[in-house]
Write a protein of this length. Structure first.
Length: 333
């Protein structure tokens, strides 16, 4: 195990990204306190459908590496930890544009073109592949347990700045991984925009394959059969913050889902929810300048609709940066 800095690090944020960052730091021998205003089950991470897929991922420095590292980690978890709620499932990415972006296929283990006769109505193409599909309530509980077992101290509190987090925890380094609240906490970023997503959960009638149709003419559509349910979505409503589930929106989601997957006809609705994707023009993962202060601050947010997808890669990046920055201090001591 790599030895991390002896001083304490505070991670602000209790969603999938914050938990992953805390886990990676602890695994490197760093004393960690995680501060969050709510449990993982109450964050937007719990609303996520849980498919590893780079939805709305723009401008990430070394983004392909972050994607690949997250993918490999989820594949490892699926193989080694059945209780984690991560399954490798086959499915279909539907395309409806003349020049679809297939950059993501460079990091997947395998993929193949779908024959024209098997395409959904109106599709110009499709890719079949096998990706991690995460049952989020199960996974978040598992990840929280892993973080606790790694020795991370967890506190429930709301902080409004890195300095407040440091004062609360006695940390010399703070990682802001609080999703949509990160820009406000850092005080230097007004670019974070909420993108509202609404989903409906159905009792699974026996489906195993997922389908994603981002460019469906009637709106973003996906069907994700997880262990305990089928998540059907969705919406991408920029700037909206209302978390009440709109019945008309739900009806439209179900119409599109059944159109793509007729086997969902008549499936029982067992839940519904809405969440706010923390979106910004570029992913922000790295050090933040803190003028006039010895406090070291790092950002890890702006994941938009790809918080799960980028979680492990982002966490590894931040942990590597923090441990690397600590080495010269140890060498001088």
């Amino acid at each position: 195990m790599t030895t991390g800095p002896g001083e304490r690090v505070c991670v602000v944020g209790g969603g999938v990204v914050g938990l992953s960052v805390a886990h990676e730091l602890a695994q490197r021998g760093v004393p960690v306190v995680l501060v969050a205003r709510e449990s993982a089950a109450d964050t937007v991470s719990a609303v996520a459908g849980g498919l590893w897929f780079p939805y709305r991922v723009d401008g990430a420095a070394d983004g392909e590496r972050l994607l690949e590292r997250s993918l490999r980690r989820f594949e490892e978890v699926a193989a080694a930890e059945p209780s984690a709620g991560v399954d490798l499932r086959e499915g279909l990415v539907v395309e409806r544009t003349a020049e679809p972006d297939r950059a993501w296929t460079r990091v997947v283990t395998e993929h193949r073109e779908v024959a024209e006769r098997d395409l959904p109505a109106g599709a110009s193409g499709a890719v079949r592949t096998r990706l991690p599909l995460v049952t989020m309530p199960v996974y978040l509980a598992w990840l929280t347990g892993q973080v606790r077992r790694a020795g991370v101290e967890m506190r429930t509190a709301e902080v409004d700045s890195p300095h407040a987090a440091a004062e609360l925890t006695g940390a010399g380094t703070v990682v802001v991984a609080a999703g949509g609240g990160s820009g406000r906490i850092l005080g230097d970023d007004a670019s974070v925009v909420p993108v509202r997503g609404q989903v409906v959960r159905l009792r699974n009638p026996g489906l195993r394959e997922w389908i994603v149709d981002d460019d469906h003419p009637d709106g973003l559509t996906y069907v994700l059969p997880r262990r305990t349910d089928v998540v059907c979505g969705g919406t991408a409503e920029e700037g909206l913050t209302d978390l009440h589930c709109d019945p008309e929106t739900e009806a439209a989601i179900l119409r599109r889902a059944v159109e793509l997957v007729p086997g969902l006809t008549g499936a029982e609705v067992i839940g519904r929810s809405a969440g706010l994707r923390p979106t910004r023009p570029t992913l922000r993962v790295g050090p933040v300048a803190a003028e006039g202060s010895r406090l070291r601050v790092y950002a890890c947010y702006g994941h938009g609709g790809a918080g799960v997808t980028l979680s492990w890669g982002s966490a590894e990046r931040v942990a590597e940066l923090i441990v690397r920055a600590a080495r010269p201090r140890r060498d001088r001591s």
